[in-house]
Design a protein around this ligand. Structure first.
Ligand SMILES: N=CN[C@@H](CCC(=O)O)C(=O)O
Ligand SMILES: [Zn+2]
Length: 400
């Protein structure tokens, strides 16, 4: 068993209370207090876990030392929503959107065709490069969805590849009805909830569905409910893409079924917000502002959600259509600038919030017993994440 003391930390943001407990469920605490800042700090790591946290002058001895040179250290980002298994390019669709064409999910079929045509090694290489990019920008936990295969074999392949990089894999056979199945939605739903689910469930922790009555390609509330119930019967946890393109049943469905998260949450009515607030210990509202940046859609109303007591996470949603970036620092900067979250709220949402959305308490905070997943900022404090947008100031701390 070897230990390392990390020193030279100007500002350590633990996202945990002084006792190491995560006060995220205590919504009476202002986010700034939830940050749990220790100045001139040290962290001792033993076998991949945090063994001690506190002021550097009190740090116990360790086998090795690593000086981060007066930088800030924060919990590694927990990106609880990504679609990293895909091939192909939709930059032309992006350009058309910037010129005024609205997003409706139809372009997903383009990525499905390219993904099906790619070899395992091509997909594996693309996925590895995206994971490396995310890690280079401070992400240490990643959820990865399938959803660009949409046949039994292609969804199994996507999840098998995703499993090579993370345990947080999500079955998304109900991303859209694929082009070849458009004449018979019912048959496609039978496939997704039957043989496709059976083949994919052993490779997945979660099931997700694009519940969006405002898109002809995605699924209605009733269809989404069927997918989620089948996934739950197969032992999977529930996640929902909801209320992205217009008002809809996604948030209601997620809360009603006890889903871990409903993601996007742009078009919520008062009942949705009340429901999410009442379900804050169960269902997280995950905001994906990179999507609104890349689709020119309105941003979700984070202040309304926070004021109501909703549990909020931030994630990248990195995908080839609506947001082709896995940069969590960029997401945090957008959250501060466009969603009017404070720097503290945004950091909490991108760490503890993501962990809650994945029902994890071993990541997203720097506390004794948690995984030693740390991000170093090339900056004296966490505010620089938003203050210096687009700069590569965060990276996952490599301890080996
Ligand atoms: N909305 C559904 N799925 C993705 C977009 C997928 C795509 O356009 O390729 C999202 O979360 O935004
Ligand atoms: Zn998504």
């Amino acid at each position: 068993m070897s230990s390392t003391v990390v020193t030279g930390i100007s500002e350590l943001v633990t996202c945990a209370g002084p006792d190491g407990a995560t006060p995220v469920t205590d919504r009476s605490l202002p986010a700034a207090e939830r940050l749990g800042v220790v100045r001139d700090a040290a962290v001792v790591v033993e076998d991949g876990r945090v063994a001690w946290v506190g002021p550097a002058v009190e740090a116990p001895a360790a086998d090795d030392a690593l000086d981060v040179g007066g930088r800030a250290v924060v919990p590694g980002f927990v990106d609880s929503h990504s679609h990293l298994v895909f091939a192909g390019d939709r930059s032309a669709e992006f350009a058309a959107r910037m010129a005024g064409t609205p997003y409706d999910g139809g372009g997903i079929g383009v990525s499905v065709a390219a993904t099906r045509a790619a070899t395992d090694d091509e997909l594996r290489g693309l996925l590895a490069a995206r994971v490396a990019d995310a890690r280079a920008l401070g992400t240490t936990t990643l959820e990865v969805k399938g959803g660009y295969g949409l046949t039994v074999e292609d969804e199994v392949r996507s999840l098998r590849l995703a499993r090579e990089v993370t345990d947080e894999t999500t079955f998304l056979g109900a991303h859209v009805v694929p082009p070849e199945a458009r004449e018979d939605r019912a048959a496609y739903l039978d496939l997704v909830t039957g043989p496709m689910l059976a083949a994919c469930a052993p490779l997945a922790r979660w099931v997700d569905v694009f519940c969006e009555p405002n898109s002809p390609h995605a699924f209605t509330g009733e269809e989404a409910r069927r997918v989620l119930l089948a996934g739950r019967d197969a032992g999977l946890g529930l996640r929902v893409h909801g209320n992205q393109l217009g008002p809809g049943p996604g948030a209601r469905l997620a809360v009603g079924l006890g889903a871990a998260s409903v993601d996007h949450c742009t078009f919520l009515d008062d009942t949705d917000v009340d429901d999410l607030a009442a379900a804050a210990d169960t269902t997280v509202a995950t905001l994906l502002p990179g999507v609104e940046f890349s689709t020119r859609m309105p941003y979700p109303d984070a202040r309304r959600l926070l004021a109501a007591g909703v549990s909020v996470a931030l994630a990248s949603d990195c995908n080839p259509g609506t947001c082709n970036t896995a940069s969590m620092p960029f997401v945090v900067a957008l959250a501060v600038r466009e969603l009017r979250m404070t720097a503290a709220e945004a950091l909490v949402a991108a760490t503890v919030g993501g962990a809650r959305a994945l029902r994890r308490d071993d990541v997203g905070r720097v506390a004794v017993g948690a995984r030693a997943d740390l991000a170093v900022l090339d900056a004296p404090g966490h505010e620089h994440l938003a203050y210096r947008p687009g700069m590569p100031i965060a990276r996952a701390l490599e301890l080996d």
